[in-house]
Design a protein around this ligand. Structure first.
Ligand code: ZN
Length: 199
């Protein structure tokens, strides 16, 4: 028998499904919400709905956007001839925080993971190849994670992109093996980008 009312228990169960939220954190959030004003709770619910309604994938790079093209693809100051390939939108945020990258991105929306049954066909690779063929791309930086899936993805990308004759580089130096890009600190990422090597 739960110690909470039915609706409180239901909200706790929903919150536990969120990344990084355990039962204790969920209980603390719900206790806060129970004590807060109706307006405050409503505005939180509304903010969640707005994100689901407005946020979509950029038609060029698949980064998160509220327009057809994301803020970075629309920015005329960005170097369109350097494309940095990452696994997920949060990696774009991590690299943007370094302030040391002025090219554009391509978000794969995943990585090759045989264990999860994810192959190259599940990633946004075809649209990347089209971009490279259509635009005058000078360099492709492969910035997938330094874990098994990220390395497998980098290897596959090298195989399919190399024949296109574009300069390929891989970040990595300074990133500990097995690490996720999105959790790396800005200095490490910045150094890693700076020290990218040609492959
Ligand atoms: Zn974009």
């Amino acid at each position: 028998m739960s110690r909470y009312t039915e609706s409180i228990e239901k909200l706790i169960e929903k919150l536990i499904r969120l990344p990084g939220i355990g039962r204790r954190s969920a209980e603390r959030i719900v206790n806060y919400l129970v004590g807060t004003s109706k307006e405050e709770a409503n505005s939180l619910a509304e903010a969640i709905t707005k994100v689901k309604e407005n946020v979509r994938s950029c038609s060029i790079c698949h980064n998160l956007s509220e327009e057809d093209q994301c803020r970075i693809c629309r920015d005329l100051r960005r170097k369109k001839d350097i494309i940095c390939i990452v696994e997920r939108p949060s990696d774009v945020t991590a690299i943007e925080k370094t302030g040391s990258y002025s090219g554009v991105y391509h978000v794969l929306l995943g990585s090759i993971s045989p264990l999860e049954g994810k192959g190259p066909g599940d990633l946004k690779i075809e649209s990347l190849i089209q971009r490279i063929k259509q635009e005058n791309v000078k360099e492709i930086i492969i910035a997938t994670d330094a874990d098994t899936e990220g390395e497998a993805t980098a290897l596959y990308l090298t195989k399919v992109l190399k024949p296109l004759g574009v300069k390929l580089t891989r970040i990595g130096l300074g990133l500990p093996m097995g690490s996720n890009l999105e959790y790396a600190d800005a200095t490490t990422l910045s150094v890693s980008l700076e020290a990218r090597r040609e492959i």
